[in-house]
Each structure stands twice: as C-alpha cells, then as structure tokens.
Design a protein around this ligand. Sequence first.
Ligand SMILES: Nc1ncnc2c1ncn2[C@@H]1O[C@H](COP(=O)(O)OP(=O)(O)OP(=O)(O)O)[C@@H](O)[C@H]1O
Length: 289
Amino acid sequence: MLEFRNLEVSYGTKKALSITDRIEIKAGEKLGLIGSNGAGKTTLIRAVLKLVPYRGEVRRKIPVEEIAVHMQQNEYSSLVPVKDVMEAILGCHIKEHEVAQELIRFFEFEECLRKRYKALSGGQKQRLTMILVMCQESPLTIFDEVTSGLDFETRTRLMQLLQKWYYKRNTTLLVVSHYYEELESLVDKLLLLEQGQVVDYGTKEELFQKYCGKRALIFERNPLAQQIAQGYKNLKTAEDRIAVRCDEEEEERRLAEALRQANIDYVRTHRDIELMVTNAKANWEGERK
Ligand SMILES: Nc1ncnc2c1ncn2[C@@H]1O[C@H](COP(=O)(O)OP(=O)(O)OP(=O)(O)O)[C@@H](O)[C@H]1O
C-alpha cells in the first residue's frame, strides 16, 4: 500500500526526516507512528500526501486524492448547523449516505447534527472529523493525533470506537499518537522515529521481544523492591518504577515469588509499548554515542 525508500524532507536547511531503510506497509496493516515532539511524524505524513517536497521515493498504491486523512487541526464554519457542514462536505444529504448514517449511529452523534460547530465539545468536534474521514472508506486512512487535548475517558472511548470499526476491515491505517495505551489495541506494527530517523520498525511483539525480552515484570520502586531486583536484567523505565526483563520462565517464577513474599504488587507484560519505546530509544541513543 505504501513504501518509502531513501526518503528525505528538509525545511530550509533543517533536515526533518531521513529514512534510509526501505519501509513497506502492506495492504490491511495497521501502523502506529511513534516519536517524541519534532521526531518527524507529521512530516512523514505530509510527504505521503505530497504536501511537502521530498527527495527519494514514496510509492502509493492509490492516488493521493483518495487517501483519507485526519490532521491535527480542523476548523469548520461556525455559522451553520453541523448537519449542513457535513452535507456540504459529503456532497449529498446524510440520509442518502448509508455509511455516514451508520457512522453517526456508531459515534452516537445524532444529537450533535442540529448544533453549530462552535457549540460542540472537544470530543464531539473530533467525532465529527472522524466521521467525515471514515465516510470516505479509503483503503489508506491516516489519523494524526486524533485524541490530543481530550480527557482520558473521551480519548479511551474514541479509540475503542476506532478499534471496533476497523477491527474487521481491511483498511490500511497510519495512526500517530503520543498515548501509547491507545495504540496497543488499534495497531499491529510500529514505526519509531526520533530526530527524523528510524529507530526501529516491526510488529509490536517483535519489538517488545527485541528490547524487553519475552516478558517484563513492573513494580513500584522502593528500597526492598530495589534489593529484590538486583541480579536481574533491569530495563529502563520511569524513575518511580522498576521493570525487570524475564526471558526464562524459571527466572520470572523466582522473581514473582520474591515479590509476592515481600508483598509487592507487580504487573506482568509482554506488550507494554511505553516500556518498549523507552528501551528502544535508549538503545538507539547509546549506539549513536
Ligand atoms: N513548516 C515547517 N518549517 C520549518 N520547520 C518545520 C516545519 N514543520 C516542521 N518543522 C520541523 O521539522 C521537525 C519535525 O516536525 P514534525 O512536525 O514532523 O514532528 P512531529 O513528530 O510530528 O512532532 P509533534 O509530535 O510535536 O507533532 C521539527 O524539528 C519541526 O520543528
């Protein structure tokens, strides 16, 4: 569906993106784009959409005009009801558009149709844009920080809906998000960018195993926990926590038993994206020194 080779984007003299590897995103794959602020995520999307000049190659299976995209900022006319805005964009009456009707029901958006855009809450505004993007039913659909600025509950609800909608569909998705927990259920592959370069690319499982082992146990940091964790492979994580890499079952069993005896609660994970990203980044920075 999408392929990048030797892709480079510069803004003036600043190189914002430089992807030297060949990256291929197959039809139906759901890809999460992860990276710190300024890592080049939006720039990559702009290159896919031909919104910035670039060097190298971007191969698209469908024409740019057919790609559906939800960018960070969207504004619509505040003067007319949302229903009219939608109909102007869709180019037909909502009742003639089956997918639009289904999406309006799916997102429980019926009540909002009579309101003006400026009277919608942040979450409702995002729903509107999502409905309009999803109505296109494009085989390649891009969401750039759909949930930024929304509270935790609204974010979680919107992402659950997205996941439910796309679960059985063969749509290729590109999803940019800073909220890792959102990506856990929605995407199968991850592209990690940092300072315009590729840190790694692969399935969530592959990348977790590569940087965090088969499983990891995570628990609160305190002096006793620190003592127990000594002698195990400690992973990089937030300062108030300890994360231990467990590649062998016996090793995990021993550690879990010691934690239980010390009355320390732990979480066992084989897919925590945040832990994986933290360790992938540390590894990448280490290699560059
Ligand atoms: N129009 C522009 N002119 C000059 N520099 C730009 C422009 N757009 C982006 N940049 C720079 O390019 C780099 C990559 O920006 P980009 O917006 O792609 O990052 P991002 O990963 O999407 O960040 P964020 O998570 O903050 O949205 C940054 O250093 C940014 O300052």
